[in-house]
Structure formats: structure tokens, C-alpha cells
Design a protein around this ligand. Sequence first.
Ligand SMILES: Nc1ncnc2c1ncn2[C@@H]1O[C@H](COP(=O)(O)OP(=O)(O)OP(=O)(O)O)[C@@H](O)[C@H]1O
Ligand SMILES: Cc1cn([C@H]2C[C@H](O)[C@@H](COP(=O)(O)O)O2)c(=O)[nH]c1=O
Length: 219
Amino acid sequence: MTGDRRGFFVSIDGPSGVGKSTTIRELQTLLSARGVAAQWTVEPPRGDFLGDFTRTHGGRLHGLTLACLVAAARYRHVETTIGPALSRGELLISDRYLASTLVLQRLDGVPMDFLMLLNGYAPHPDLAVILTASPAAIRDRIARAGVTHRFRADPTAPIREVELYRDAATMLEDLGSRVLVIDSTEIPPSEVARRITDALPVLSLPSDPAAAAPPPQES
Ligand SMILES: Nc1ncnc2c1ncn2[C@@H]1O[C@H](COP(=O)(O)OP(=O)(O)OP(=O)(O)O)[C@@H](O)[C@H]1O
Ligand SMILES: Cc1cn([C@H]2C[C@H](O)[C@@H](COP(=O)(O)O)O2)c(=O)[nH]c1=O
């Protein structure tokens, strides 16, 4: 990434099927109700030929091959979307980013040090949100929502993903990102989204939209 980095970069990761996309929809509603402009993106990036290729063919690829493809799609994402948004000073929120690599590619047997080297030029998020839940809750959510890719299909994945996300959180903290871990086992997506807005220091958002309303005028 070249140029000044003036924006604020939030990544939202967590075990497959934990509720990232659902939470992000809630977050979009909450931020737009408060008049906060944000740019939304996703990894692998949709609408980009390399991101779409990764989504279409990633299910048949494993290990080093998938790790390299995901990293290539990420560097293109940095060039086309992440870098420009941060240079323009925007709030950028990504559904999955580096933490997903530090978990999914490790599930595929790729060593952490190779993943760190491969992703060494990707900008770190300012705030890395790790959404977690008990493995039983995740399995239940996947059973209700359905299997959409191979990482959702493995019934042993939730327990291993939850553990690997703990390591990823430590790693991201060591790299200088602020890490916010939210256990969503007992809380609805709207509450998870509210906790994320509370962690956006640059915005100083009130946690209750009613608190943002002007006081009633006396006549
Ligand atoms: N906090 C929550 N409590 C209960 N159910 C939830 C919660 N968040 C999401 N869900 C439900 O869990 C299911 C999976 O959610 P979602 O598709 O958002 O997960 P995801 O993490 O984006 O999945 P993937 O990693 O495969 O993209 C959905 O049916 C959703 O309604
Ligand atoms: C960012 C990232 C993604 N993947 C894989 C995992 C899934 O097959 C798709 C993402 O699909 P979802 O609808 O968001 O669950 O991409 C990966 O293997 N490694 C990564 O770092």
C-alpha cells in the first residue's frame, strides 16, 4: 500500500457460520441510522475476477495452493479497494480478512510462519473483531443456515476454528491491531453490532440511537 493511511480499517472474522454476515447487515443498519458513512467489502472480494475465481474454485483447492490464491486475491483487494479507501480517510469494514487466513489455511495444514510471510505486505486492521461462539452454537447455526462451502461442512471444524481464532487474536495483537473478541453464544446479532460500534473510537458513537435524538422542544 502506498500513500497516506488516514482511514480506519475494521476486519470482522470468526468461525465459519458463526454469524459474520448477519452481524454485518445489522451493523450497516445501525451505522446508517446514525449517519455514519462506511465502505463495506468482503474477502475474497466479490465482483473482482480474482476474488470471484477464488470463491468459485476454492472448494477444490487446499493447503499451499489455496493459501497463495487467497493471498493473491487479498493483494489485489488492497490495490483496488483497501488502499484507496484508507488513503481517502474512509471507515472501511471487511467481512473476513487476515484472521480468516490464520485459521482456515492452518486448518488446511499450512504453517503459521509461511502465512505470515505470504501476507507480510497486507495492511493490518486498526480494529480486528473476532466473533466467536461455543462450538455447539456454531454447529446449530450451520445446521439451520446450511452448508455453503467446505469449511462449513466439516462437523469438527467449529471446535478447531474457535481454538485457532484464539491464536490469531494474539498474533494480531502482537502485530499492533486492537482486537475485540465478542462471544455471541447468548447474544443476538443486533447486540453484537452495537458492541462493535462502541469500539469505533474515531466515531464516538452513542450506544443507544435514542440517545442521539435531539431533546423534545418546549413550545
Ligand atoms: N448472534 C446470533 N445468534 C443466533 N443466531 C445467529 C447469530 N448470528 C447469526 N446467526 C445465524 O447463524 C446463521 C449463520 O450466519 P451467517 O451466514 O451470518 O454466518 P457467517 O459467519 O457469515 O458464515 P460464513 O463464515 O460461512 O460466511 C444464520 O442462520 C444466522 O441467522
Ligand atoms: C478470507 C478467506 C477466505 N477463505 C475462503 C473460505 C470460504 O471458502 C470463502 C469465504 O466464504 P464465506 O462466504 O465468507 O464464508 O473463502 C479462505 O480460505 N481464507 C481466507 O483468508
